[in-house]
Design a protein around this ligand. Sequence first.
Ligand code: DAH
Length: 349
Amino acid sequence: MTMDDLDQLVARAQQDFAAAPTPAELENAKARFLGKTGRVTELLKALAALPVDEKKSRGALINRAKERVEAALHERRQAMARAELDAQLRAEALDVTLPGRRCGEGGLHPVSMTIARIEAIFASIGFDVADGPEIETDWMNFTALNSPQNHPARSMQDTFYVDLKDDEGRWLNLRTHTSPMQVRYARAHAARYAGQPSMPDIRVIAPGRTYRVDSDATHSPMFHQCEGLWIGENVSFKDLKAVFTDFCRQFFESDDLELRFRPSFFPFTEPSAEIDIAFASGPLKGRWLEVAGSGQVHPNVVRNFGLDPERHIGFAFGMGPDRLAMLRYGIDDLRLFFDGDLRFLSQFR
Ligand code: DAH
């Protein structure tokens, strides 16, 4: 093999290395020249058969050629590594001009906003705000409110019964209304002032979740109610009308509405009335809309408060914050409140 042949061998190796598209193929090309049976290795092996002085001079030439092949390999490896790094840097490049990722902004649920509004208005006219259990005894939910066991009026409020009794052996169910809060709050109040010559009026609202076996566009198995109770020594239907009118005008931010008390029946009030309102203007103009049940608290219920019905008298009312929110925001399907669809909910932020 002449020097030209060696030059050609080196040129061939440089070409092959340059043409290898991947590191793996570059290693294959390297093996073809520098591997155990590679062309350069074979040339070096063949030296063994030559006489000593020829071995020296040829050996030096082949070694120079080998160094050039190795240099070409090294250069190609480095070029590949650089190209890979460049590609990685390009792929992972940050575009600092892109808009940032926003973290989601929460907001209050429209029913929560409505309940907060109801609380603020009643607090401003001297009502306390109370909270109570959603799993309630049969006695608090029905019996204490003048619906004896097996009374047909109970079937107006079918609920979810829990196969459990409380510590005193009383059956539990999910409360069908917030009215048991009348009993809980009034009993605690009466007990606090027992034996004293006089007792401050009971004036409270109790908003919260309630449950019934009901489900359609205007009924959900879980819904909200807000109870109201005012008991004193001289509280009348006139006070109920004044308080509730004031509340509605503040709630709907309009003095342009009328209230109507329509005779009705509830076991725990006598007499009882449904409260309807009608707006004098706006999209609901002239239509009577039912917003609450109400009445003078029945003497049997006052007795269950631990008070004397000959001395303590007053009224109660119960309204639906879900319904009030629907009227205030013009929503016609109650289920929207409970589907958890952000396209709906984010409109109230
Ligand atoms: N608890 C009744 C219901 O769920 C609503 C109600 C009516 C509450 C009259 C009252 C009331 O306090 O006086 O249908």
